[in-house]
Write a protein that binds this ligand. Structure first.
Ligand code: SAH
Ligand code: DHB
Ligand code: MG
Length: 224
C-alpha cells in the first residue's frame, strides 16, 4: 500500500460524499489556503477527518464543544458548522499568529454558533475555560502539543458530561507510537495509553487511519 493509493482513495470518497456541500468545501479550501499563505504548517486534519468531526457533533446533538489546538481554524470550522445557533465552540491556541488567522477564517465561515479562540498555552488557559463554561462539554477535540496530551485528557474527563466524547488526534504517527522513543510527542501518547489502561472513567478505542495525511490515528473515549 502506498501514499499515492491512500490519497486517491480519499479523493474517490470525498468527491462523492462531500461534493454535495460545495459551499462548505469552498469555505474550508479558503481557510486552508489563507493558513498556508500566512506560513502556517500544513497539519490540519484531512478533509474527511474534518467531516467526521462535523458528523460527531451532529450525531451527538452536541451544543458545547472544546478544541485544544486551533492552527488556522480548519477543524474549528468543521466543528462549528455542525453546532446549532445557541451552541458554543471554545478553541485554544498558543501561537498568536495562528489565532489571528483562525479568527479571520472562522468569521469568514459565518458559523451559526458562538466561537471563541482563546490565546495562550492551553495548560494555562484550560482551567479558566472549564471553570467559566456554562455547561459541561459534549465533545472535546485534542490536537495541540502532544507531550501534554495526558494532562489535556485529564482536564477533558473532568469537564465532559457523562456520555460525552473525547477525541485525540495523531496517536499513531507513522507507527512511531510503538517505539519507546525520547520523542516527547510519542511519549505523550504512550503516557496517555498507560493512564487509560484500566481507567474506569472512560471507555476508549484507538483507530488507525491512512489517507492523504499518511498513516496516523485517533483515540476516541466516551466518558461514563
Ligand atoms: N486542529 C487543527 C490543527 C492543530 S495543529 C486543525 O486540524 O485544523 C496544532 C496547533 O496546536 C498549532 O497551531 C500549535 O500552535 C498549537 N499548540 C502547540 N502547543 C500548544 C499549547 N501548549 N497550547 C495551545 N496550543 C498549542
Ligand atoms: C503535527 C501535528 C498535528 O496535529 C498533526 O495532525 C500532524 C502533525 C506535527 O506537529 O507535526
Ligand atoms: Mg493533528
Amino acid at each position: 500500500m502506498s501514499q499515492a493509493l491512500w490519497s486517491s482513495i480519499d479523493g474517490y470518497f470525498n468527491d462523492a460524499l462531500m461534493g454535495s456541500d460545495p459551499e462548505l468545501g469552498a469555505a474550508l479550501e479558503r481557510a486552508r489556503a489563507a493558513s498556508l499563505d500566512a506560513g502556517l504548517p500544513d497539519i490540519a486534519v484531512a478533509a474527511n477527518q474534518g467531516r467526521l468531526l462535523s458528523l460527531l457533533v451532529l450525531a451527538m446533538g452536541a451544543r458545547n464543544v472544546l478544541e485544544i489546538g486551533t492552527l488556522g481554524g480548519y477543524s474549528a470550522i468543521c466543528l462549528a458548522r455542525a453546532l446549532p445557533a445557541g451552541g458554543r465552540l471554545v478553541t485554544l491556541e498558543a501561537d498568536a499568529k495562528h489565532a489571528a488567522v483562525a479568527r479571520a477564517n472562522i468569521v469568514a465561515s459565518k458559523p451559526a454558533c458562538e466561537v471563541e479562540v482563546v490565546e495562550g498555552a492551553a495548560l494555562l488557559t484550560v482551567p479558566g475555560v472549564i471553570a467559566t463554561s456554562p455547561e459541561a462539554f459534549d465533545l472535546v477535540f485534542i490536537d495541540a502539543d502532544k507531550q501534554n496530551i495526558p494532562a489535556y485528557v485529564e482536564h477533558a474527563i473532568g469537564a465532559t458530561r457523562s456520555g460525552g466524547v473525547i477525541v485525540v488526534d495523531n496517536v499513531v504517527r507513522d507507527g512511531r507510537v510503538l517505539e519507546e522513543s525520547d520523542d516527547p510527542s510519542v511519549a505523550g501518547v504512550r503516557r496517555l495509553v498507560e493512564m487509560l489502561r484500566g481507567d474506569r472513567r472512560v471507555q476508549a478505542a484507538a483507530l488507525q487511519t491512512v489517507g492523504e495525511k499518511g498513516h496516523d490515528g485517533f483515540l476516541v473515549a466516551v466518558v461514563r
